[in-house]
Each structure stands twice: as C-alpha cells, then as structure tokens.
Design a protein around this ligand. Structure first.
Ligand code: HEC
Ligand code: HEC
Length: 323
C-alpha cells in the first residue's frame, strides 16, 4: 500500500512538474520572427497612420486619453507612449499597462519582431502578451496592412516614457502562455467591391467585437455575439455599457440605415466638432468616436453591410449608469 502511495506521489510530482515545465518554459510557441525589412514608402506610412489611428486604433490604447472630454480624445504629445491601464478594476485577471511603442522603445526591435507581437502576441523576448492587446484580431490582418503599421510606428516621435510592468494573476499566468499562436499570414485583404467580405475584414481588424461582445472570465459569452452590455467603469465615475450592434429591430441597430450609421461616426470628424467637456458622473464613453470618425466612408459602409448580415440578438442595454 505504502509503495503504491509513493508511486502515485512520484507520478503526480512528475506530472505537475512536466505541466509546469510545459506551460512556463516550453510555451508560448509563437515561432521565430520573420526576417523582413519593411521599406518605409510614403504610401505605407500614410496607410499605417490611417490604420493605427482610425481603424485598428493602436493609438487609442497606446496614448493617454483625456477623460475630461467626450469619448476621451488623445492628449497631445502622448502618441504611442503607452501606460494606459487595463486593470483588475475593469475585470481583467491581472494588471496590464500598454507599452511604449514609439521608437524610444521599439528601436532595437526588428520589423519581424514587431509583426510577431501584432499577430502572435509575444514581445521581443518571446513572452506572452495578454490579449487585451488584440493580436487574435490582428492575426487576420493582411501582410501589406501589417507592414504599413510597422512603417508608421517607425516614424512616430520618440517619447521617453517608462511604464509600469504588467502582471498576471494565478491561474491566468499559466493559461496566458497557451494563447499566443504562430500566425499564418493573410496575404491579401478582400476586394473592396465585395462589401460583405471587406466589411468583415475592416470590422475584424478594428476589433469592434472586443468591446461589443460581453465576456465572462475573459471568454466571449456564447449566443451574445455583438449584443453589447459589456460594462466599462469610467475614470470620471459612472459605468458605460457597449451597445447592441446586431440588426435586432427592438434592441439593436436594425432600424438604422447605412447613411445614419455613417453620419453617427462622421459627426466626430467634422472640422467644426469640438469634444464637449464632461463633468464627473456625466455620460461619457470609451468608444473612440473621435478616432473611428476618421474612417473612410467606404470602410464604414462596408462595416455596416457586414453588421446587417450577423445574427440578430435581443438584448436591451442601458447605456449609462451613475454609480
Ligand atoms: C485595446 C487596447 C490595445 C490596442 C487597440 C492595441 N494595443 Fe498594443 N498593447 C496593449 C497592451 C495592454 C499591451 C501590453 C500587454 C501585456 O503587457 O501583456 C500591448 C502591447 C503591445 C506591444 C508589445 C510591446 C512590448 O514592449 O512588449 C506592441 C508592439 C503593441 N502592443 C503594438 C500595437 C499595435 C501596432 C496596435 C495596433 C495595430 C496595438 N498595439 C493595439 C493594448 C492595446
Ligand atoms: C473600447 C470599446 C469599444 C470599441 C473598440 C468599439 N466600441 Fe462601439 N461602443 C462602445 C460603447 C461603450 C458604446 C455605448 C456608448 C456610446 O454610444 O458611445 C458603443 C456604441 C456604439 C454604437 C452606437 C449604437 C447606438 O445604437 O447608438 C455603434 C454603432 C458602435 N458602437 C459601433 C462600433 C464599431 C463598428 C466598432 C469598431 C469599428 C466599435 N463600435 C468599437 C464601445 C466600443
């Protein structure tokens, strides 16, 4: 009997030991960075600036936002400096801080390493990034668009800012290492004339779903795809809930037409638009309207066409609650 117990204990220790080695030392497996040299053409830099600011909104998370103004527009001079908080108070399984992605901190990263961070979710050393950084979505981005963003990042003004290191709680610190994946690059974005496929592409690389699908312990709630209701406590007090953007007639955007959809975004890109001052406890939103407002009209129309095609889900959302 004793021998059996000893044998079982030994097996258990070996089992746990190998699990530890596997999860902590073997994983994450994101592959070697590509040996690429992205040529900084004016076309790429312009496309990258567009994507990083108006579509994939890298700058939304990697710059400081001014919460005294509606929709938290970016503070001047902070572009790419990082330090924005994604902490336990928002329901994250740890405390994450966006990184400085100006040349100050990326100058010794190769283009392949930056690309790998975007599509596979590991840093220069191969350590896993938490997927609040939307690399699962960016893994669907076409090669040329990825190259364009890299080209643009290389042109950012260097900001000398160190940020707090991210930390992950147990057991996510183990699970996290299973998330990064070696990506198979998408070679071409769908043709712009194919509104549905192209709309799905733009919607994906804009990671709209990350805020518009409720999650439970970091996982999207099944059956609630794009039905909103994700709670975001606001820095100035109160909680904003993401909208139901499925084509449900009563609770979603089923009664909105393409023109109204485009106008909703474009209102924030109008040269006459000045973001309103928001006092503590008043309605504000983390939806980066002032960034998405600069999306090309065709891209917004394509997103709308795609949203019309998703399954309607009935889910009534109260937009704002004062705590
Ligand atoms: C929703 C917020 C969000 C968006 C959008 C976002 N990021 Fe991030 N990013 C983060 C956070 C948070 C981290 C740090 C994650 C961690 O510490 O585990 C990060 C990490 C990174 C890193 C790793 C840097 C390092 O030093 O380890 C790079 C590179 C990066 N992001 C680039 C981008 C680019 C390029 C885009 C747009 C295509 C982008 N990010 C969009 C939140 C975001
Ligand atoms: C950072 C989180 C976040 C991201 C990313 C995000 N949204 Fe939102 N969105 C919200 C929140 C919160 C609201 C509700 C408050 C408001 O109206 O601003 C909202 C509201 C909306 C509305 C208004 C619906 C209505 O009935 O008034 C639309 C449309 C919308 N989002 C579409 C999108 C699309 C399309 C994308 C991607 C391009 C996107 N959102 C990305 C958080 C987000």
């Amino acid at each position: 009997m004793k021998k059996i117990l000893i044998a079982i204990s030994v097996l258990l220790i070996i089992g746990l030991g190998s699990a530890y080695v596997y999860l902590k030392l073997v994983l994450p497996v994101a592959g070697e960075p590509l040996k690429i040299q992205v040529e900084l053409t004016p076309e790429r830099i312009a496309r990258g600036e567009y994507l990083a600011n108006a579509v994939s909104a890298c700058m939304d998370c990697h710059s400081a936002r001014d919460w005294n103004l509606f929709s938290g527009p970016l503070k001047a001079g902070t572009l790419g400096q990082g330090g924005e908080e994604f902490t336990e108070k928002f329901g994250f399984p740890g405390n994450y801080y966006s990184k400085n992605i100006t040349p100050h901190s990326l100058q010794n990263w190769t283009d392949g390493e930056i690309l790998r961070a975007m599509v596979s979710g590991v840093n220069k050393n191969g350590d896993a990034l938490f997927p609040v950084m939307p690399y699962p979505a960016y893994s669907q981005m076409a090669r040329e668009d990825l190259y364009s963003i890299i080209a643009y990042l290389r042109t950012l003004k260097s900001v000398d800012k160190a940020n707090i290191e991210s930390s992950t709680n147990f057991p996510m610190n183990f699970i996290l290492n299973t998330i990064p994946k070696e990506a198979i690059l998408v070679e071409n974005a769908p043709d712009k004339s194919d509104m549905l496929a192209y709309g799905k592409y733009v919607f994906t690389i804009a990671s709209c779903a990350d805020c518009h699908t409720k999650t439970d312990k970091g996982k999207p709630v099944e059956g609630m795809e794009l039905a909103g209701g994700f709670a975001f406590p606001l820095p100035g007090g109160g909680t904003v809930y993401s909208s139901n953007i499925t084509p449900d007639m009563e609770t979603g955007i089923g009664t909105m037409n393409a023109d109204a959809f485009v106008a909703r975004f474009k209102a924030y890109a109008d040269t006459a638009y000045v973001p309103a001052t928001v006092k503590a406890g008043e309605f504000n939103t983390i939806m980066p309207w002032t960034m998405y407002g600069h999306m090309e009209e065709n891209d917004l129309r394509a997103i709308f066409a795609y949203l019309q095609s998703v399954r309607p889900v009935s889910n009534k959302v109260t937009k704002f609650v004062v705590n």
